[in-house]
Design a protein around this ligand. Structure first.
Ligand code: ADP
Ligand code: ASP
Ligand code: MG
Length: 412
């Protein structure tokens, strides 16, 4: 059994969907589960609808745009009206669901989950149209989470039991959705943005798959995002630990939760190019790679918050505990931190509403300052050249280094 995952970029138009179908068909003889994301930038578009719906504003124009995009893709795939009725039905359902009342993250999940539901239906219809024998399954019946909407925490025991039942159906090609799950009460949840890689790892780990392959628009995992550093090198292989750390620092090529469940069961993760499937790509597994080059990771949209004591005391452990608890209560993660006698500074992802809530809480006890629009650059395995280049960059407002890792926070 193998698991494939195709992301939004690999499904963004009819040509790309045909390419995905070709890749799948060339592996049709092996038991295979295919996990798909929403097509192109559909999730971003659905997020806008969710915001409008929550504000009780009109979202018909935005809904029509997404529907037209999907209808056009189907028109090209099926050369006619085949599957148009099914798309219309899905969008009528989405329209009804968008009127749901509830807490903001709950409303978000009910709406945003449609991207994956619709893309998986289209890919299934196309494979059937091409005479493949396909089984479409609803990931929400398999992946069970708690009710932390927008960031559902997986109930591994229940999910493992549900997915194990799939082992009997593995003579058939299975297509399912990434990113979505459901609560005990069968309310739809999502696993966090870019979470489809994680979904593939969940299926892989619960089934003890031979391998999990995530198909990307790059030739494999590289020493930096090639969009920023075109000379970045492709790795043939990487140890789990190295890959996990890269993703932790923000290398967006793999979702950070993907590595752990696979490493625990020693299942290799392959990162391959859907543009040229003949290229070997990167194999992430238990291995040793000596002399890794510097790995450079950019994490944008960061915010630096500094808490200063106001009463001439020092920032002690009790005060740090207060700050960490406030962060943990809001489910915010520190990307880098630094303290001095009278202040404690930390950098987190800038999610406006949460950051404002945090500042509100901390302001009761501290003088709070913050800077947004920052980029955190992490260089793992830095050398003399990268060290000097990044430390002397224009706009560095914080710098920190250990023996292996250098981090600079920059106002670009
Ligand atoms: P998906 O289509 O699965 O959502 P993403 O777009 O999230 O895929 O991830 C692929 C992108 O990740 C690439 O286009 C590349 O720009 C970016 N990327 C960031 N860091 C790296 C890296 N170290 N190696 C390769 N690609 C990277
Ligand atoms: N469609 C979701 C997103 O864009 C999940 C994913 O693509 O992995 O975040
Ligand atoms: Mg993505």
């Amino acid at each position: 059994m193998n698991i494939f995952k195709f992301g939004g970029a690999s499904l963004k138009n009819s040509e790309r969907i045909k390419n995905v179908a070709d890749i799948i068909s060339s592996h049709a003889k092996e038991p295979l589960i295919v996990v798909v994301s929403a097509m192109g930038k559909t999730t971003d578009a659905l997020e806008k609808i969710a915001a409008l719906a929550f504000a009780r504003a009109d979202f018909q124009k935005e809904l029509e745009e997404i529907k037209t995009y999907h209808l056009n893709v189907c028109h090209e795939l099926f050369q006619g009206e085949h599957f148009a009725k099914e798309i219309e039905t899905s969008f009528l359902k989405l329209n009804d669901v968008a009127l749901v009342q509830g807490e903001v993250d709950y409303v978000y999940d009910q709406i945003v989950s449609f991207g994956e539901l619709i893309s998986s239906l289209i890919l299934t219809a196309y494979l059937e149209y091409k005479k493949s024998n396909v089984l479409w399954i609803d990931s929400r019946q398999y992946i069970k989470t708690d009710d932390t909407f927008r960031e559902g925490k997986v109930d591994w025991a229940l999910t493992g039991k549900n997915i194990a039942a799939l082992a009997n159906t593995t003579d058939q090609l299975i297509i399912t959705q990434g990113f979505i799950g459901s609560t005990e009460k069968n309310e739809t949840t999502t696993l966090g943005r870019e979470g489809s890689d994680f979904t593939a790892a969940i299926y892989g780990s619960c089934l003890g798959a031979q391998s999990v392959t995530i198909w990307k628009d790059v030739p494999g995992v590289m020493s930096a995002d090639p969009r920023r550093i075109p000379t970045a090198l492709v790795f043939d292989e990487l140890p789990y630990k190295e890959a996990a750390e890269m993703t932790y620092f923000g290398a967006s090529v793999i979702h950070p939760k993907t590595i752990k469940p696979l490493a625990n069961r020693q299942i290799p993760l392959l990162v391959k190019s859907f543009i040229d499937p003949t290229v070997a790509g990167t194999k992430i597994h238990e291995c040793r790679v000596d002399n890794l080059p510097p790995l450079i990771v950019y994490k944008e949209n960061q915010c630096l918050i500094s808490c200063k004591v106001t009463d001439y005391t020092f920032v002690d452990e009790t005060q740090m505990t207060t700050i960490l608890k406030a962060l943990s209560d809001l489910n915010l993660k520190i990307n880098v931190m630094q303290n001095s006698a009278i202040s404690f500074s930390f950098c987190i992802d800038y999610r406006e509403s949460k950051v404002l809530k945090l500042i509100d809480v901390l302001s009761k006890q501290f003088e709070v300052y913050y800077n947004a629009n920052l980029t955190l650059i992490t260089i793992k395995n830095y050398d003399a050249i990268t060290s000097s280049a990044y430390r002397t960059m224009k706009g560095v407002i914080l710098e920190q280094s250990s023996r292996s890792t250098l981090q600079v926070l920059v106002k670009m």
